[in-house]
Ligand binder design. Structure first.
Ligand SMILES: NC(=O)c1ccc[n+]([C@@H]2O[C@H](COP(=O)([O-])OP(=O)(O)OC[C@H]3O[C@@H](n4cnc5c(N)ncnc54)[C@H](OP(=O)(O)O)[C@@H]3O)[C@@H](O)[C@H]2O)c1
Length: 220
């Protein structure tokens, strides 16, 4: 993981910052992206005292993706399609990890493409594989790098890209399962709406999912 470079577009937000801390712990190089380079640098200053290991820098979204092996999309759904359009043409050879859940005032909906993942893949075409992951994990749990995580369903149409993403997920402390093709993404994305309802109902910030009945350590 020490040689791995991950750009997080929208990395100044809740999920991006929390994921940066998790990925940093096993030594990943993190590039925090923002629409505003100064905001990215400030986010890095805030995160660095909590960063256990690894290296972290901040810059514009456009600059962040340049040296990265993986690009995590961590913006609200409203900015999703535009963000993917903005990175198109610069992500050949990289793997896109899409965490975005289409939500309207906390309620999930199915976008015209079928899911956020399919929207991104339609925009990028064959340029880069889009892998959906981390939708059902809370930023609060990710940020506390020693806290246990729920299971992560990873979906997408390229098996080799999914395997690589699942390996990263395992290294940050979660069990990762192959959740099937990109056409499954709307279910996994939408499940976050259920988890939001559960968190509200039961006054929690830690709702997540657990897969049972198909082995303790898939892929191992
Ligand atoms: N929070 C969670 O626990 C969680 C868990 C699973 C999945 N997710 C998903 O992860 C994504 C990010 O969630 P979040 O809670 O981190 O969101 P957030 O804090 O509201 O936003 C993340 C960042 O996105 C950028 N941004 C905001 N609006 C934008 C727009 N219209 N266009 C481009 N960039 C924009 C902002 O960065 P700059 O102003 O610096 O550009 C912001 O700091 C969402 O799609 C969410 O569904 C979140």
């Amino acid at each position: 993981m020490e040689n791995l470079s991950v750009a997080i577009v929208g990395g100044t937000g809740n999920l991006g910052g929390a994921l940066a801390l998790r990925l940093g712990a096993p030594g990943v190089r993190i590039i925090i992206g923002s629409r505003d380079a100064e905001k990215a640098k400030k986010a890095v200053e805030t995160l660095k005292p909590t960063l256990r290991a690894g290296e972290m820098v901040g810059m514009t979204n456009q600059d962040s993706i340049r040296g990265a092996d993986y690009v995590v999309i961590a913006v609200p759904y409203e900015g999703h399609a535009q963000m993917v359009q903005d990175i198109k043409g610069q992500v050949a050879g990289k793997i896109i990890i899409d965490t975005v859940v289409p939500l309207n005032k906390g309620k999930p909906f199915v976008p015209p493409a079928g899911s956020a993942l399919q929207e991104a893949q339609q925009i990028l075409g064959d340029e880069a594989p889009v892998v959906g992951a981390l939708h059902n994990i809370s930023a609060v749990d990710l940020a506390d790098v020693d806290s246990p995580l729920g299971d992560v369903l990873v979906c997408g149409d390229k098996s080799d890209a999914k395997e690589k993403v699942m390996e990263i997920i395992r290294r940050i402390g979660a069990r990762a399962f192959d959740g099937g093709p990109g056409s499954n993404a709307y279910v996994i994305e939408g499940l976050t709406g259920v988890i939001i309802s559960l968190n509200r109902k039961y006054k929690s910030k830690h709702g997540s999912i657990r897969i049972v009945g198909i082995g303790e350590e898939p892929g191992h």
